[in-house]
Design a protein around this ligand. Structure first.
Ligand SMILES: [Zn+2]
Length: 258
């Protein structure tokens, strides 16, 4: 396996995409950085500014609950202004061509949804910030209905149906991934003929096991991410590039006017 790209590997990747009938995407934070979504774990990122709040603390501690909502309110400003980039559109185009069997994402930013990808194709391992849900009765509303005009000095929002606790529909620290999502991701990984990983370091488990499952079940594996990953050795194609740089290589546009 070669870890650098050249014309041959670019042509081979394009040919693999052409031949594939059941492509599954797997995306992480790196696909969204070019949409202006901050990398929350980097220095100066949102985790530096706010301590993470564990799910148990959210339930039991009023102050932690407020802290959690303050962070989500700040995050919402970034998310509501962000638009899908060429990386998200790459998967949307595969979907339009009838080649995309599914998309597994670690992202909660909603940009795949905004690109027009069908809901039923997506497995959102860490949930989504586009919805707010009641952790008591399950009543769910679009996030903008909660965040627009939200004044946390009046207290955190509560469910209009049952007065239970509302929470953005994401998986918090200390919360298990949903079994149903893991099963769907597993079955997509087993049945795909090409898995394309974009912008994930493939370190966080169990999410990162899916590319391995795809490979073990006979799929080709492509990894397009800036840094090295533990699965680079097993992959058929590895491109250490930002997604937009990569797409420019495989689908070069006309030269820019000067
Ligand atoms: Zn409720």
């Amino acid at each position: 396996m070669q870890h650098t790209y050249n014309n041959n590997s670019i042509d081979a990747f394009k040919s693999a995409v052409d031949k594939s009938k059941r492509i599954v995407g797997f995306t992480g934070a790196g696909i969204s950085t070019e949409s202006g979504i901050p990398d929350y774990r980097s220095k100066g990122g949102i985790w530096d500014k706010f301590q993470p709040v564990y799910f148990e603390e959210f339930i039991s501690d009023e102050n932690k609950r407020l802290l959690y909502w303050q962070r989500k309110q700040e995050l919402w400003k970034d998310l509501s202004n962000a638009s899908p980039n060429k990386g998200h559109m790459f998967f949307k185009n595969l979907y339009d061509e009838g080649k995309l069997a599914g998309l597994i994402t670690q992202n909660i930013d909603g940009l795949h949804e905004k690109s027009g990808l069908a809901e039923e194709l997506m497995v959102k391992l860490h949930g989504t910030n586009l919805e707010v849900t009641c952790i008591d009765c399950g009543f769910t509303v679009p996030s903008e209905e909660v965040f627009e005009g939200l004044d946390l000095e009046q207290g955190v929002p509560i469910c209009q149906k049952c007065k239970g606790l509302l929470k953005p529909n994401t998986i918090s620290f200390g919360q298990q991934l949903r079994g149903e999502d893991l099963e769907r991701a597993d079955s997509l990984s087993i049945s795909c003929d090409l898995m394309i990983v974009v912008g994930s370091t493939l370190i966080v488990q169990p999410a990162s096991s899916f590319p391995s499952i795809a490979k073990e079940n006979g799929a080709l594996l492509a990894i397009i991410t800036l840094s090295e990953t533990p699965l680079d050795c097993d992959a058929d194609f590895v491109f250490h590039l930002k997604i937009e740089e990569f797409l420019h290589l495989i689908y070069p546009g006309p030269p820019a006017l000067v």
